[in-house]
Design a protein around this ligand. Structure first.
Ligand code: GLU
Length: 429
């Protein structure tokens, strides 16, 4: 590739950063890093009524959260002089006409073919006779998206325009403008639309696709990056779990598909789960804190609870539900105490004997190996099956079918809480 690669992410700050925008930013950023190029952030904020500071903030924060750093930043609203100069240049070439208060680009008098040589779609041919007139300057004096977009890509020396496929149909008009302005046409790569699992189009106005919703739901940025990278691109080795650095080494536009990319939240959950499991306990606690602030506990209590469930939560927001019972007595239905292969009688017998041996166990012996041993002995002595004792003990302690194993729970909850909860369970019969 000749010359330095320069790419840009060009959001209109008319809504929060959404998943599609985050994916476009990521593809551009990874491409820039991979080629030692520059990544430009350009706010396309010429629509004064719809552009808002809060959305600019959302875009800045979302990019920072993902670890995407921009080398340069521009606001189209501050570049009026440049658009004016370019409009004058086009006027001088007799390529502008005025109509109804706006300025229009004069399309070629004779229909001609315009080919977009797209890096993902290959050559796509359009005919200029199918284009509507291109407005350059609106009645209110502001430049249109088409005009400011092309002028800025020229002025900012953008080499590769990597953007959503929804812009492919605009590109032939943009190419005519580049030519009219005497500029080299950049390379285009139109990345596939993002689809819902039913293959309907994901709309950027759908609230739940804002990137920040995912942060608040407890997804970590590494997982989001892994996931977004695979919305249209696939890693050569089919390994869907990689670091950002590995991504920059593997990424190529050649492996971006044409077909729509299905947003599969199950894959996102799976990736997030793996990242959460990999964290050190200290880091896990740090990440979990904002999600568990409402639970009344000490930091030691929180630590021992989180240690037990770290391999369970798919998202950080699931954590409170997984650890609540560490800090307050669980609520559950009596029927849940009875394992499906057991009976109420055997369950009662299991709980009775568990209570007896646990009460007799010295505080200093209250450790996983000892607990396991006394409970195993109790089952054998009473001719019970493990499900007659361990299952109801688990429910008594946690109120949940899916919880860490009962011996780990006993150790973490301590003797007095454990004994009290088993007594409560016995009283239910
Ligand atoms: N402001 C446009 C958008 O958000 C940018 C399109 C482009 O990347 O060229 O869709």
């Amino acid at each position: 590739m000749k010359g330095k690669v320069r790419v840009r992410f060009a959001p209109s700050p008319t809504g929060p950063l959404h998943v599609g925008g985050a994916r476009t930013a990521l593809f551009n950023y990874v491409f820039a890093v991979a080629h030692g190029g520059a990544f430009v952030l350009r706010f396309e904020d010429t629509d004064k009524d719809r552009s808002e500071q809060v959305f600019e903030d959302s875009i800045h924060e979302g990019l920072k959260w993902m670890g995407i750093n921009w080398d340069e930043e521009y606001y189209q609203s501050k570049r009026g002089d440049i658009y004016k100069r370019c409009l004058d240049a086009l006027r001088a070439k007799n390529l502008v006409y005025d109509h109804d208060g706006g300025a229009y680009f004069r399309l070629p008098a004779k229909a001609r073919s315009v080919v977009v040589d797209d890096l993902i779609h290959g050559p796509v041919e359009f005919s200029s006779k199918d284009f509507d007139d291109v407005v350059l300057i609106k009645k209110d004096g502001t430049p249109t998206f088409h005009f400011a977009n092309v002028v800025d890509d020229i002025e900012m020396r953008i080499t590769h325009v990597i953007r959503g496929e929804d812009h492919l149909s605009n590109t032939p008009k943009h190419i005519l403008l580049y030519e009219a302005l005497g500029a080299t046409v950049p390379q285009f790569a139109h990345i596939p639309l993002i689809l819902n699992p039913d293959r309907s189009k994901v709309s950027k106005r759908t609230g739940d696709v804002a990137l920040d919703d995912y942060r608040q739901a407890g997804y970590v940025p590494e997982a989001m990056i892994n996931f977004l990278a695979q919305l249209g691109w696939s890693p050569p080795d089919r390994n869907d779990f990689f670091t950002f650095e590995e991504l920059t080494k593997m990424f190529s536009l050649k492996r971006v598909q044409k077909a729509g990319a299905v947003f599969d939240v199950k894959l996102l959950n799976h990736i997030n789960h793996r990242y959460l499991m990999q964290k050190s306990l200290d880091e896990y606690i740090r990440l979990a804190k904002p999600f568990v602030a409402h639970l009344k506990t000490t930091s030691a209590g929180l630590r021992s609870a989180l240690k037990l469930i770290q391999d369970r939560a798919q998202t950080l927001s699931e954590i409170p539900g997984l650890i609540e019972y560490f800090f307050s007595d669980p609520q559950y239905d009596k029927d849940l105490l009875v394992f499906k292969k057991s009976s109420p009688q055997k369950t009662q017998a299991g709980l009775d004997v568990a209570l007896k041996v646990l009460e007799a166990l010295d505080e200093k012996d209250w450790q996983e190996d000892k607990l396991q041993q006394v409970l195993d002995n109790a089952i054998a002595a009473e001719s019970l099956l493990p499900g007659d004792l361990f299952w109801p003990v688990r429910i008594a302690l946690s109120g949940k079918e899916g919880s860490p194993n009962p011996v780990e729970l006993l150790a973490a909850l301590g003797k007095s809480v454990s004994v009290k909860r088993i007594e409560t369970a016995i009283k239910k019969f």
